[in-house]
Design a protein around this ligand. Structure first.
Ligand code: HBI
Ligand code: FE
Length: 295
């Protein structure tokens, strides 16, 4: 394995300074006609690899959301066609952006049920690692879940909550909740643990690691606990947090986070690989993968 095995994107970077936004909200035309055959080819490679892996690994909502959308192997999806279907189902749209956008721009879009998706696709030599969210991560990973009403409300609430958390100076706490749910969440289905996080669902190696590897911890999701837990942006997660069903996110979308911020304020953070006596442990990982890397 190469030194860098992380396949998805890191969202912790500053928004790309190379590109100046033409519009204040950072949206742009997707420029669908301008994708080259080589770019559609990269999409196809990634699409086919993930489509083989995800049955039995991705949650039912992901699989059914994908099936109902115009997302296929042959070409990079057209955001207008995705938005037509999404709008009918959950009131969401997909808008094109250059890549990472500033936090407040991102939150403003989510608060209005617009999902900002990177319009570009990674280079063929970056199939397994890139820093900014591209069209494969954003559309293949996130958009199928936006067909689910619980996730749809939850991500909007994250946008509203993000603007508030910024003002309160607690954005780092809220960003961890997003990370361990929308990006790297697992859900307990009747037939076993499944992926719903887009960071996992868009990554070949992490979709195996998160479910099948003995190394990571898999712990019951707990809001206060997650707010205090650091995460890794450059490699597989050391711990995954598991919800009982997607409606748990609906409950999270509706509660006020302020009392939680108050409780965690000033409390120490947990390292990503920590297991606490108070954790409901589903799998106590060996930690082997990250130990080997540190050597
Ligand atoms: N921009 N395009 C894009 N996608 C993201 O997921 C994103 C972003 N800007 C900021 C950001 N995420 C995170 O740092 C916030 O969720 C905290
Ligand atoms: Fe993402």
């Amino acid at each position: 394995m190469p030194a860098q095995t992380k396949e998805t994107t890191q969202h912790g970077l500053a928004a790309g300074d190379a590109q100046r936004p033409a519009r204040a909200d950072w949206t742009m035309d997707q420029g669908w006609d301008q994708y080259t055959p080589a770019e559609h080819g990269v999409w196809k490679t990634l699409f086919e690899r993930q489509s083989r892996l995800l049955p039995g690994r991705a949650c039912d909502a992901f699989i059914s959301g994908m099936a109902a959308l115009p997302i296929a192997a042959d070409q990079i999806p057209d955001f207008r066609r995705l938005s037509d279907i999404l709008m009918h189902r959950t009131g969401w749209q997909v808008v094109a952006v250059p890549g990472l956008v500033p936090d407040e721009v991102f939150f403003e879009h989510l608060a209005h049920r617009r999902f900002p998706a990177g319009h570009f696709i990674r280079n063929p030599d970056q199939l397994d690692y890139l820093e900014e969210p591209d069209v494969f991560h954003d559309v293949f990973g996130h958009v199928p879940m936006l067909m689910n009403p619980a996730i749809a409300d939850y991500i909007q609430a994250y946008g509203v909550g993000g603007l508030r958390a910024q003002k309160l100076g607690v954005l780092d706490k809220l960003a961890r909740v997003y990370w361990y749910t929308v990006e790297f969440g697992l859900v307990q289905q009747k037939d076993g643990l499944r992926i719903y996080g887009a960071g996992i669902a868009s990554s070949a190696s992490e979709s195996r690691f998160a479910l099948d590897d003995p190394s990571p911890h898999r712990l019951r999701f707990d809001l206060e606990r997650v707010m205090r837990t650091n995460y890794r942006i450059d490699d597989f997660q050391e711990s995954y947090f598991v919800i009982n069903d997607l409606d748990e996110l609906l409950a999270l979308a509706r509660i006020d986070f302020i009392p939680f911020y108050e409780r965690v304020q000033g409390q120490p953070d947990y390292a990503p690989g920590t297991v606490l006596a108070s954790d409901a442990v589903i799998t106590h990982g060996s930690g082997r993968y990250h130990q080997d890397k540190r050597r």
